[in-house]
Ligand binder design. Sequence first.
Ligand code: HEM
Length: 395
Amino acid sequence: LLRLGAAAAGGAAAALAGRGAWDAAAAAPAPAPVAADAAGRVTVPFRGARQAGVATPQPAFVALVALDLVAGADRDAVTRLMRIWTDDVERLMAGRPGLADTEPELAQVPAALTVTVAWGPGVFTAAGIEDRRPSWLAPLPAFAVDRLEDRWCGGDLLLQVCADDQVTVAHAVRVLTKEARTFAGVRWVQRGFRNSPGTVAPGTTARNLMGQVDGTRNVDPDVEPHLVWQVDDAGPWVRDGSSVVVRRIAMDLDTWDELDRVGRENAVGRRLADGAPLTGAHEHDEPDLDARDALGFTVISDAAHIRRARTDDPTHRFLRRGYSYDDTPAAGALSDSGLLFVAFQADPVAQLVPVQERLAEADLMNLWTTPVGSAVFAVLPGAREGEVLGQALLV
Ligand code: HEM
């Protein structure tokens, strides 16, 4: 409590008032160490100029949790919430229980846990800091392919919780949403997954649920940090901040099933077996977009996903860090599957929107995929030693 300072202690106490379980947990002896195996013991540093969960390796599981501030929440409420989350995220990422953790044993398997905190437009309004809101922080424009459902859109706050273990993710989400409940309530949760650690060779590009190798050509934030982060003080947002676009894109796997292999490969412009472009031999070969077959047709279709997803403008690029989802199907349906498309970029309007427009115009993949959710958040800069997330914006 001391480390949080008086205001935060008040906030934590208020958040926890009337909860006997907390007293019990606080008074409980430290849990006996669990026998975590190597993958379970991995920790990612929390402190730093930039938040983890963007440029750090992508763990197997994600929970994307959007929250809305309670009515009347003001700058003081946002400040208290950020103090509580800063403290709890630091603890949990280090494999230690949250301050008021009622299941402290579950914190002992950090499994590369990262929690990334981002703000929607509502935080800037509630905190009376509209002048600090980046110009791009608004819902994406409507695209012709969109069939958005309110239940997967918007939000005042986002927690991106990633780890190599689902128990770790569930516990972190529970701790952080419980701590937040005086200030904010859950709006939506989207859970996703990739291959579990140890199941595919390190460095293997993941496959999505259409069976495609997905993630071959991506931005490397170490090589081109300016595409992912705001790298100076001159832009619309704060240095070392970023933005995250979350799009829930449903896959119609029933109609995809009806398509033969040639048609499937044509839709993306890459081979299913190894992800190589239709004009190349290996996954990382550069596609030859000018190559033509004996009949004079382009080998990579004019509407192939990889052709439509590129432009000649080197700034129309972003870091894709998506996950598959596979939820309970509606009555009579076989599946409810798709892609949690998660993209980080310094400026979504300048970098991502032009690409999404090109895809909406003519991407063969549109025949089998439908965006049903969309949200944009401003990723806070990291908290250095002694700092609280978002503090520079709230003073
Ligand atoms: C590339 C799948 C949606 C942007 C790819 C590739 C696949 C794929 C298989 C080729 C491998 C690779 O380079 O990663 C999908 C699926 C989607 C989807 C299944 C929806 C369910 C989107 C959206 C965007 C996007 C919404 C952007 C708004 C890109 C980009 C590339 C790419 C930029 C790399 C293109 C290149 O430079 O070659 N996607 N994608 N994708 N996709 Fe998607």
